[in-house]
Write a protein that binds this ligand. Structure first.
Ligand SMILES: Nc1nc2c(ncn2[C@@H]2O[C@H](COP(=O)(O)OP(=O)(O)OP(=O)(O)O)[C@@H](O)[C@H]2O)c(=O)[nH]1
Length: 956
């Protein structure tokens, strides 16, 4: 239905200035009709006598003068109309751009905040809240502002409802209803002006947020929705408003004025339309019959003078030049079409375009007035089914005037009230025809009752009731017409009817009062549609524009306030976040070096104590004593078990070495533990509180060296199996004894080479003696006695001695050997541990006792930055060096973990603070942008408003 009407208006639309000017009364073409007609007094002057001739002449002059005055008045009206219309069209264009910019801003720059506040308060509360927030060092948050908005809306929810009415959906965006009937008295325009001055809620851009249980509380719904969803809804509303502006523009440019005649069932609408046309075009019946929307148009102007009916095809855009969009019918078919349409639902009611001639003169005719194209639309009666359809129809922009026909017998029914309430808010003025008035006995009472109701339903109409509310008898016109074929031609519509009354030509049931009342109605309607066209055409656009601009101002105000609060919040947050970030960064740099120092210090301490402890342990072992008191040497079992004794001693010394190493590791654990503790305390002292409190890595000292300790004894020590193997030198270390005897002159230099040549032979001798004695002792421990030992000694001396020696050697050697052997055997419990210890010590120091892959295996247990400390080029690392390096590395590893943990926590804290700073900076930038942008928007709105305000003369 909308399509048809829109298309018809488009069809009639022409460049407005040109068309409108061609219709002013000053123009000379045939179309700019004078109000003179074939039925003017001049046309009948010939049949009059001298006195009458004078009066007739006089009347003719007065009439011409009146016409001239009327022309001037209309010309002035026309020029004012054109000025106002151009201003409005300009304002509409600028507003469309503004809306497009708003949508772009909403879409691409920043979501527009929509406050679902509905009554006085939010903006004021927000501004006072904002003022407070500024004075309170801008302590208030957006949440608080929203909460205030919400509480203000609770008040708004208690606004009085319209009197005994069920409201239609007002979120179509055209009206904000007066809150009480008492307040409703001022004209709608004043209200729109007021709205603009002190806007507290949206009307045009108000969102339809009535969903489910939250319907009663739009604020709750707004808060429950994502801000982006609300912004999207707002975008849809703005888009709709853009389209509406386009329609308004078209309507302003359209020269046609549409008059919708509607009202209760059987109120006499069709009779009224027929009365206006002075011909029975629309079928009338005592039964409800009209189920079509029938638009009556002037055939002479709009359909090449051909009277016919176009029935619009559903789903097609009507074009009177395109036969495929309608079917042609005769005027006589209307009755049949209406009858057939009775069965269809109101939504499917056919739409007819009836092109008809109005046979009356231009100055009498509403339809063929020569000024604007009028379309009279006869609509179905309002019943439950068609109410909505008709209401929607009445809201269309093309409808300039709503003529509401009500039966004086019934007053306003509930559907009539509902329709009128809504229509009056869309159109501001409703032309009300109280029909069948002649059948009422107590006319004054009826008049008062009806006017009282109108005051409630359409205050603006009530204000101008003298012109807009008419109590008539539409049927009376037909009685008069039918019986007055031969009467003299009238001067004006009222005179026309009045004369018929005076001539006594009316049917008996019609009083002259009825005809005069109808004549007054016609004059008022013509006046309203033609002369006050500005009001009917411009007012809806101006009202809509003022409301839209008021909404945009409200949006700008709310968004500026929200942005200012956001800006204050961002600045406040940055005042905290920036220094925190800087502090974190500075602490991180500072701690990096402090923690590195801690690490080096702890590692150095650990290595030094390891070296010290291990050296002294090896020293003790070297002296044949266990490295710790916890280990005791085995008791000497006697010469016959000397071999087992040596083995047990070796085990005991090795075990004591293991214990010494463990002690070193335990100390290292303690040192590492303390260092980790210090590092963690540094973290607590320098990290922001919330980060410091976060779970930190727990250090477990038992984990240190656990792998090494899990290895079997010798492997864990990194020693080869030879350390526990009994050797001959364990029993007699000739070399040692010889060095004691020679006062230590026989020694080895560090590189293990013999000190000089002269001692080489002696050494060879000593070695042999040592070897021999060792072997002999081994044998002796099992089988030999002292004699056998002396024999063996003689045999050995045989090998060595020269003839002189052999001569002396016998007795000397016998004495010495005997003494030595006695001493040797006697000293065995002491010499065995000593010999063993010495040999272990030298093996540990030279590294020869270390397993071939020891350093690698142990290094694998504790990787270090460099392994240079364990050995130097070409030299086997000592036991002490290997293990102190290992302990140092493991300590470093633990401290590295603690330091890495701390660094990681700093990195996280810094990243969080940087993100917070960036977030607040973005918020600040966005808020600044919004403040600036909405400030410009407000200026633009003010300028457009100025333009709209210049459209004057539309007040009641
Ligand atoms: N007494 C009296 N009867 C009237 C008047 N106007 C109309 N009627 C009668 O009221 C009845 C209904 O008139 P219609 O013009 O068909 O009413 P309507 O409002 O168009 O009816 P629907 O379109 O079907 O709702 C007809 O019988 C008319 O003759 C009037 O002013 N006075």
């Amino acid at each position: 239905m909308t399509d048809h009407t829109t298309s018809s208006s488009q069809q009639y639309a022409t460049p407005h200035k040109k068309v409108m000017r061609s219709q002013t009364w000053d123009d000379s073409d045939s179309h700019s009709l004078t109000l003179a007609s074939p039925s003017t007094p001049a046309a009948k002057s010939t049949s009059l006598n001298g006195g009458d001739l004078f009066h007739a002449k006089q009347r003719e002059i007065d009439h011409a003068r009146a016409q001239q005055d009327a022309k001037q008045v209309f010309a002035q009206h026309q020029s004012e109309f054109e000025d106002s219309r151009d201003k409005l069209v300009g304002a509409i264009d600028t507003t469309s751009h503004l809306l497009a910019d708003l949508r772009d801003f909403n879409k691409n720059k920043r979501l527009i905040h929509y406050a679902a506040a509905a009554a006085a308060g939010p903006s004021r509360q927000l501004s006072s809240q904002h003022r407070r927030s500024q004075s309170n060092s801008q302590n208030h948050s957006l949440e608080e502002a929203d909460a205030q908005l919400q509480s203000s809306s609770v008040d708004s929810a208690h606004r009085p409802a319209p009197p005994a009415l069920m409201r239609l959906n007002t979120t179509g965006g055209h009206a904000s209803l007066p809150s009480t009937p008492a307040r409703a008295a001022p004209a709608l325009l004043k209200q729109a002006d007021q709205d603009a001055e002190e806007s507290n809620d949206m009307s045009v851009l108000k969102l339809d947020l009535r969903v489910g249980s939250l319907a009663a509380n739009p604020q709750a719904l707004v808060r429950s929705l994502e801000r982006s969803s609300v912004a999207q809804l707002l975008d849809g509303r703005m888009q709709k408003s853009e389209r509406h502006l386009e329609n308004l523009k078209q309507r302003l440019s359209d020269t046609q004025s549409k008059v919708l005649v509607t009202g209760d069932l059987n109120a006499g609408k069709s009779t009224f339309v027929n009365a206006l046309l002075r011909r029975p075009l629309m079928p009338t019946d005592q039964q409800p019959c009209t189920t079509v929307f029938c638009e009556v148009l002037d055939a002479s102007l709009l359909n090449k003078d051909v009277e016919e009916v176009h029935m619009l095809k559903p789903g097609h855009k009507y074009d009177c030049h395109d036969d495929s969009t309608f079917t042609r019918h005769t005027l006589q078919d209307v009755e049949q079409i209406v009858a057939e349409a009775e069965e269809v639902s109101p939504e499917d009611a056919p739409i007819l375009k009836c092109y008809a001639h109005d046979t009356r003169a231009a100055q009498d005719s509403l339809l063929k007035n020569g000024i604007v194209d009028i379309a009279l639309i006869d609509a179905p009666g309002l019943n439950r089914d068609s109410l909505k359809t008709t209401a929607l129809f009445a809201r269309q922009e093309e409808i300039d005037v709503v003529v509401f026909v009500v039966s004086a017998e019934n007053h306003f029914t509930l559907s009539a009230k509902e329709f009128l309430w809504n229509a009056s808010h869309d159109k501001a003025f409703v032309f009300i025809v109280v029909n069948k008035f002649e059948s009422i006995k107590n006319k004054d009472k009826c008049r008062k009752l009806v006017l009282d109701q109108i005051r409630q339903l359409s205050p603006a109409t009530y204000e101008d009731a003298a012109n807009l509310v008419h109590f008539v008898d539409s049927q009376a016109v037909f009685g008069a017409e039918a019986d007055d074929e031969s009467s003299a031609a009238p001067d004006t519509p009222s005179e026309e009817l009045g004369r018929k009354v005076q001539g006594g030509q009316l049917v008996e049931s019609r009083s002259s009062e009825s005809l005069q009342a109808f004549a007054r109605l016609e004059n008022a309607l013509r006046d309203f549609v033609l002369l006050k066209r500005a009001k009917s055409k411009l007012l809806p656009s101006k009202t809509y524009m003022l409301r839209l601009l008021s909404d945009i101002t409200f949006l700008a105000k709310i968004n500026t306030q929200v942005a200012e609060i956001e800006l204050a919040e961002a600045i406040k947050a940055l005042q905290v976040a920036r220094p925190e970030l800087a502090r974190c960064q500075a602490s991180q740099q500072k701690l990096e070096s402090v923690v590195e120092g801690e690490e080096d210090e702890a590692v150095t301490a650990v290595m030094q104590q390891a070296q010290r402890k291990l050296s002294s342990a090896i020293e003790l072992i070297g002296n044949g004593r266990p490295a710790t008191e916890a280990v005791q040497l085995p008791a000497y079992p006697g010469l016959f078990n000397i071999w087992e004794y040596a083995q047990e001693v070796r085990h005991a010394l090795t075990s004591s070495l293991e214990l010494a190493l463990r002690s070193v590791e335990d100390t290292a654990r303690g040192t590492a533990s303390q260092a980790v503790d210090r590092v963690q305390k540094l973290g607590l002292a320098h990290l922001p509180d919330e980060d410091a409190e976060k779970r930190q890595r727990i250090f477990n000292p038992d984990v240190m060296f656990a792998k090494r300790r899990a290895m079997p004894g010798l492997v864990g020590l990194g020693l080869g199996a030879q350390v526990v193997e009994v050797q001959a030198s364990d029993f007699f270390d000739a070399y040692h004894h010889f060095t004691i005897v020679t006062g230590g002159s026989l020694s080895q230099d560090k590189s293990g080479k013999k000190a000089d040549k002269s001692t080489s032979d002696e050494l060879s001798l000593v070695s042999s003696v040592s070897l021999g004695l060792g072997a002999m002792t081994l044998m002796g421990s099992k089988t030999l006695g002292a004699k056998t030992a002396i024999d063996a000694f003689v045999r050995i001396s045989d090998l060595v001695g020269n003839p002189t020696a052999r001569r002396w050697a016998g007795p000397v050697l016998a004495v010495v050997s005997t003494g030595l052997v006695v001493y040797f055997i006697y000293d065995l419990p002491n010499s065995v541990p000593r010999n063993i210890g010495r040999s272990i010590k030298s093996g540990l120091e030279s590294g020869t006792l270390l397993r071939s892959n020891t350093s690698d295996a142990l290094t694998a247990l504790a990787p270090s930055r460099s392994s240079s400390s364990t050995k130097s080029q070409g030299e086997e690392p000592s036991f002490t060096a290997v293990h102190s390096a290992r302990v140092g590395r493991e300590t470093r590893k633990v401290l590295r973990l603690a330091s890495w943990d701390l660094q990681e926590r700093f990195r996280t804290a810094i990243a969080q603070r940087r993100a917070e700073v960036e977030k607040q900076e973005a918020k600040q930038a966005s808020a600044n942008l919004a403040i600036e942008w909405f400030d410009q928007t407000t200026s633009r709105v003010t300028s457009i408003r100025g333009q709209v305000d210049e459209v004057k003369g539309l007040e009641a």
